[in-house]
Design a protein around this ligand. Structure first.
Ligand code: GAL
Length: 851
């Protein structure tokens, strides 16, 4: 018996594996991608492999699968894989094959966007710097040297995938590939060569014979057989350039990226769900969230300029890999609703009828009796009641209701049934307690700091002299963020009047991104650009002495430009003029002889790597603080448990940080965002844009930095910082990412839980609307109910209040159902709670804690 059961299990397992192991035929038609002859409705999400760690991949992909995704999309990052021409690197976070296989193991498909231009807020848009130095090269146009390299890299990746049998045509998970990226947005700037370049890209890609379709996003003239696709906050009104191609949305922006100096963008899930539902309502069949997990820009990978180290993106899975609720849960419910409509969606085009001003019904009615309907209220002001097929439906403003049987609403984009959770960083204290307030590292366990001074100006033997001011990227080839511009000037007797004393000003103009000016070894001032304008103009009073004076200008890049026509040529660094302005005259130094040093002495010595020469480090009772150009080092033990780790860099200025020799990215907690324009509760109704919903005004754009668990061991870890402007490393604190309270707020007018509809086999949900709570960790149970009110409660998670109407029994009913359980469901109805106010639609709000 046991044997038979085991065999049955094995057989089932093999059958389940079958779709991914046997070759699949992937084509497309007017309605959808067609896999093995069947049109498919596919939900996809972007997870970029180098923005997390191999140790995180399986968990992220699992969360994506449980969130209802069928496909994982990633770009391929050329500059990561080929840092030096013809020298490839596919190790660790760069292990593309392992990533694709991890997706396959979860039973999901892959969309591989090779680019190789990727934009992606990634350094130089993904191009390796050596490409820029190929004689005669012009990027992204009909240029032989460029096309040769683009083809070589694209073919290299395709070959790798083929060798590992990763294309669906070979039994692998890759069902789709992308060539180029949003070239159509800027191609006008490239003149007539743009068209031939795009045609070449298309035939080059097609000739690689992957056996699966290629797409080009934002490329309305993408030639056959390439599918042109849409990117944006909304893509419902997009149509592909041929009625033989399906309507595909390659980037549904789930939020937006963060810049140093910027406020933190977020996108309400009601609006994101609305955008996605509208897309499927109006004929779409493939949609990808950009990003589903954004992650972290480790090292110097962030683009820019000024892209922050966090690439959280307000995505359904947060930077640390934890599901963001209710975003993740509400979208999961949406995906289930869409999947219930799949048979109807693939059967036919929708028919569209107006139900009134701003009110639309789209019906998919297939020959075999399948029927699905989407009802939309695209008005932003008022809810509506519509009549559809003789039945009355309530449609909240800016929402879509999904009816998988053309009768019953299983989901409305504005009505969130999913629980919300509060994610927070808990700081670690020395006595293993945690706190929501930062703790100085001097008081926590990490207290012993040593330091090494980075010299001002020229200190390396490979410095060189040139007349005039050099553009930075051409000079450094981006091997470092830093380039020193150094000059010595004589203030002669007759110039004394001009420049001696406090009346002289140093004037420096730079293409970006940051300049620190040192005069006679002392920092006289710093200037920086911002994400909208990278240029820096610095004008600082300086004190010169008679005789010799040194001016050392440290220019730093903060991620190379990744977007725009000819972005590769925008440049950086101090291209001048550089002048000394005295009371009655000016001395222009721009064409003088300058001495240059690429990178820092500490970078040359690899101070960030503890295994290298440690003789440079100084330990003394008083640690120098608040001084520019200094390296700091300390040891620390891993915070207990498995929760993701963050370091709070409050107290530091600007620089880069390494944990056990691995760079966790640039830190810059002193770059404060504008104090204006933030909202705590952003109205989701109406068109979203990247500056519509912002938080974190007047605060550091980023103070917390992710350290993946796999970067550290239980004890004896090293943290090294290079600080440019001055800070106090003892103020740094360690924290872990934890899930706080669970909350839910569901009204009587919400649909029944979608799982209820599915399990009751498409009959009207038995339960009616339900509050469902579930503790995030396996070993937890609900330990207390902090708030429960049935009636007209208001407020948000963490600050709910009772309204005028409230049932007396709410707390007791919820406690009874939930305390001690890992999860609980409570019906939202007067049957459960009695009726505290007849004639009013009531809701149940609950906040609970797990332990
Ligand atoms: C798109 C681009 C993506 C990313 C996104 C913004 O235009 O294709 O790579 O940069 O914008 O996050």
């Amino acid at each position: 018996m046991v044997r038979a059961a085991a065999w049955r299990k094995l057989f089932l397992f093999l059958v389940l594996l079958l779709p991914l192991c046997s070759a699949a035929d992937v084509t497309y038609d007017h309605r959808a991608l067609v896999i093995n002859g069947a049109r498919r409705v596919l939900i996809s999400g972007s997870i970029h492999y180098p923005r997390s760690t191999p140790e995180m991949w399986a968990g992220l992909i699992d969360n994506a699968k449980n969130g209802g995704l069928d496909v994982i999309e990633t770009y391929v990052f050329w500059n990561l894989h080929e840092p030096v021409q013809n020298q490839y690197d596919f190790e660790g976070r760069k292990d593309l094959v392992r990533f694709v296989k991890t997706v396959a193991e979860a039973g999901l498909y892959v969309h591989l966007r090779i680019g190789p231009y990727v934009c992606a807020e990634w350094n130089y848009g993904g191009f390796p710097l050596w490409l820029h130095f190929i004689p005669g090269i012009k990027f992204r146009t009909d240029n032989e040297p460029f096309k040769t390299e683009m083809q070589r890299f694209t073919a290299k990746i395709v070959d790798m995938m083929k060798q590992e049998k990763l294309y669906a045509s070979q039994g692998g998970p890759i069902i789709l590939s992308q060539i180029e990226n949003e070239y159509g947005n800027i191609d006008a700037a490239y003149g007539s060569a743009a068209k031939s370049y795009i045609n070449w890209s298309a035939s080059m890609a097609t000739s690689l014979d992957t056996g699966v379709p290629w797409v080009m996003c934002q490329q309305s003239d993408a030639p056959d057989p390439i599918i042109n696709t849409c990117n944006g906050f909304y893509c419902d009104s997009f149509t592909p350039n041929s009625d033989k191609k399906p309507k595909i949305w390659t980037e549904a922006w789930s939020g937006w990226f963060l810049s140093f100096g910027g406020r933190a963008p977020y996108r309400p899930v009601e609006d994101l769900a609305f955008a996605v539902a509208r897309f499927f309502q109006r004929g779409g069949t493939f949609q990808n969230y950009y990003m589903y997990h954004g992650g972290t820009n480790f090292g110097r990978t962030s683009g820019g300029p000024f892209i922050a180290t966090s690439y959280d993106y307000d995505a359904p899975i947060d930077e640390y890999g934890i599901i963001r609720q209710p975003k993740w849960g509400h979208l999961r419910d949406l995906h289930k609703a869409i999947k219930l409509c799949e048979a109807a969606l693939i059967a036919t085009d929708p028919t569209n009828t107006s139900l009134g001003p701003n009110l639309e019904a789209h019906v998919y009615k297939g020959g075999s009796g399948v029927c699905a309907a989407f009802l939309a209220n695209i008005g932003t002001q008022s809810d509506a009641t519509v009549t559809f097929n003789g039945k009355s439906y309530h449609l909240p403003a800016w929402s879509v209701s999904i009816l998988p049987d053309c009768r019953n609403v299983v989901f409305n984009t504005a009505q969130i049934s999913s629980q919300a959770t509060h994610l927070e960083m808990r700081y670690l204290t020395s006595n293993s307690q945690d706190s929501d307030q930062p703790i100085d590292s001097s008081k926590a366990s990490q207290s012993d700091w040593s330091f090494a001074v980075e010299p001002v100006g020229i200190s390396k033997s490979d410095a060189f002299t040139k007349s005039g001011l050099l553009e930075q990227i051409n000079t450094t080839a981006d091997v470092s963020d830093y380039l020193w511009y150094s000059i010595s000037i004589e203030i002669k007797g007759d110039e004394q009047f001009l420049f001696n004393g406090t009346q002289s000003n140093l004037h420096v103009e730079s293409l970006g991104h940051v300049v620190h000016a040192f005069v006679n070894g002392k920092l006289s001032g710093s200037g920086m650009g911002n994400s909208g304008n990278a240029k820096v103009t610095l004008e600082k009073p300086v004190t010169l002495v008679q005789g010799k004076n040194t001016i050392d200008l440290l220019s730093a890049t903060v991620g190379l430009q990744n977007i725009g026509a000819f972005f590769d040529l925008w440049g950086a660094g101090i291209t001048g003029p550089v002048k000394l302005k005295g009371q009655d005259g000016t001395k222009d130094l721009s064409s003088d002889e300058w001495t240059y040093q690429i990178g820092l002495k500490g970078e040359e010595l690899a101070l960030y790597d503890d295994s290298k020469d440690s003789s440079r480090w100084v330990s003394q009772p008083t640690l120098p603080k608040g001084r520019p150009l200094i390296w700091y080092k300390t040891n620390f033990d891993a915070p207990e448990g498995n929760d993701p780790i963050g370091i709070d860099f409050t107290g530091m200025g600007k620089g880069e940080a390494w944990v056990n020799g691995q760079s966790i990215g640039r830190y810059w907690p002193t770059y404060i965002s504008s104090p204006n324009g933030c909202t705590t509760s952003c109205n989701y109704k109406g068109s979203y844009s990247s500056d519509k919903c912002l938080k974190n005004c007047g605060k550091p754009s980023q103070h917390m930095y992710h350290v993946p668990r796999s970067f550290i061991q239980p004890d004896g870890n090293t943290l090294v910082l290079f600080e440019e402007v001055g800070g106090d490393p003892t103020k740094i604190s360690f924290a872990t990412r934890q899930t706080g309270s669970l909350c839910a707020h569901v009204s009587e007018s919400h649909p029944s839980p979608i799982d209820d509809w599915i399990s009751s086999q498409r009959k009207v949900g038995k339960l009616g609307p339900v509050v469902h709570l579930e503790c995030p960790y396996a070993n937890q149970v609900i330990s207390s109910i902090k708030f429960a009110s049935f009636g007209t409660p208001h407020g948000s998670c963490g600050s709910y209040n009772q309204g005028n109407c409230s049932s007396d029994s709410a707390l007791a009913v919820v406690q009874q159902a939930c305390i001690g359980a890992k999860s609980c469901s409570v019906g939202v109805s007067t049957k459960m709670f009695g009726d505290p106010c007849t004639g009013i639609t009531k809701s149940l709000a609950v906040e609970a804690a797990c332990s």
